[in-house]
Design a protein around this ligand. Structure first.
Ligand SMILES: Nc1ncnc2c1ncn2[C@@H]1O[C@H](COP(=O)(O)OP(=O)(O)OP(=O)(O)O)[C@@H](O)[C@H]1O
Ligand SMILES: [Mg+2]
Length: 409
């Protein structure tokens, strides 16, 4: 069963919701900090044993608390995580699966619709080490930015320096679309291709040395301990055969590539009628390659799912129903000055309508709220106003409403 009901990386609570009891004792350690690869991590590092008895619908239910909509993505992610855990359980129990094919996941969809939010929320429930990194942090050589192998070494650190545990972890690579090298000069520099190439062996079956070749101190220590004879028994590499990769990105503009492909196939009329969501759902290997990803990289991501755009109704639900809703942040900010701020449904609808015009998904809500509440946040703490309601009127004309509030007290 999913146990705790509070706690989310976005909220103020602890991030242990849904983590099996035996992993909840994990205390913050140096491994929890931002890692070498410039990576923020979330999940608690477990001991060398696994305890996972969640079913896909339980993971999806947990995600429902924070992420509005995205049913298909929740379904795919929940199944992928459960499959991974069952596979880990079986291999740790000594039941080998010689023909097991890794179900690495590619999550795509427009900006601000919950791709990162989904994985971040799922990370709470993960009982194996989990590492998140932005693809933009890596460069081909590893001298500038980060080396992709560092991801695996980060996983090892997250696993309490336990190679076996690290070998069953999950690596989440966000902003993968930034690795694309578009032929028509619109893409990034060549390093994107290099990073993809370096990732290939990790995504399938590679060995990563525990000590980075760039880490002089580490190399020296390893050499010294080997000379003393104490290093001989320790494994020096982490094998990535069982590490699950989840990759995501907005791939902005891929809808046009998909439309062009469909039109090229003689489906001109149908293609013209399709909206962005419908197009994203049909993203194929060929489209991702045209976008600028390497075929070998795309090929190693067999599970693909698209997140849909958020309309005004979805954005209303994001504000009203999601436990990570922005309105809690505003309520807390005003409460800090002893001011009760009550969000009315009509006010939330007005905020959602404005945000939907921004075309940046739920991020539009942040932009709109910042604009609407700017003067209120500045002026009310220095006034006698102790409570106010966020109505449609306030959202449409915040300055007038502020004047009225100040006059009335
Ligand atoms: N479907 C959703 N339900 C609830 N909140 C959401 C949803 N989508 C986005 N949000 C909110 O908007 C913020 C930004 O979303 P997120 O980081 O997941 O975007 P993204 O899809 O990864 O976009 P990008 O491709 O630009 O990185 C989240 O932190 C979350 O608060
Ligand atoms: Mg994102």
């Amino acid at each position: 069963m999913i146990e705790a009901t509070s706690g989310h990386p976005d909220s103020l609570g602890p991030i242990t919701a849904g983590v099996p009891k035996k992993f909840k004792k994990h205390k913050a350690s140096k491994h929890d900090a931002v890692t070498k690869a410039g990576v923020a991590e979330t999940a608690a590092a477990p001991a060398a044993e696994f305890s996972f008895n969640l079913k896909p619908h339980q993971i999806a239910k947990h995600l429902d608390r924070f992420v509005i909509g995205q049913r298909e993505a929740k379904k795919v992610l929940s199944v992928a995580l459960c499959d991974h855990f069952q596979h880990v359980r079986m291999t740790t129990e000594g039941l080998s699966a010689p023909f097991y094919q890794k179900q690495n996941v590619l999550l795509l969809g427009p900006t601000g619709v919950g791709k990162t939010h989904l994985i971040r929320s799922a990370a709470e429930m993960i009982g194996v080490p989990f590492v998140k990194a932005d693809a933009t942090k890596f460069s081909e050589t590893g001298y500038v930015g980060g080396d992709v192998d560092d991801l695996v070494r980060d996983l090892y650190r997250r696993a309490g320096n336990n190679v076996k545990t690290a070998e069953h972890g999950i690596i989440y690579l966000d902003e993968a679309d930034k690795l694309a090298t578009r032929g028509e000069g619109g893409g990034r520099d060549v390093s994107g291709r290099g990073v993809q190439t370096n990732l290939l062996k990790l995504m399938e079956d590679g060995d990563v040395p525990l000590v980075s070749p760039n880490d002089m101190t580490g190399q020296l220590q390893a050499a010294m301990s080997a000379m003393r004879g104490s290093g001989a028994a320790a494994p020096e590499v982490i094998n990535t055969r069982h590490i699950l990769f989840i990759v995501s990105g907005a791939f902005s503009g891929i809808d046009q590539i998909i439309r062009d492909r469909l039109m090229g196939m003689g489906q001109t009329k149908a293609a013209k009628l399709q909206n962005v969501d419908q197009l994203y759902q049909q993203a194929s290997t060929a489209d991702l390659v045209t976008y600028g990803l390497e075929p070998e990289f795309v090929g190693r991501l067999p599970v693909r799912v698209a997140c849909h755009g958020l309309d005004a109704d979805d954005l209303f639900d994001v504000l009203r129903k999601s436990e990570s809703s922005l309105i809690h942040q505003y309520e807390r900010a005003f409460a800090a000055y002893g001011i009760a701020c009550e969000f009315k449904d009509e006010g939330l609808r007005a905020l959602a309508a404005l945000a939907s015009g921004e075309n940046t998904g739920a991020r539009g809500l942040m932009t709109v709220c910042e604009r609407v509440f700017r003067d209120l946040k500045f002026r009310l703490p220095n006034s006698r106003v102790k409570k106010f309601a966020v109505t449609a009127k306030l959202v449409e004309a915040p300055t007038d409403e502020l004047k009225r509030l100040l006059k009335a007290t």
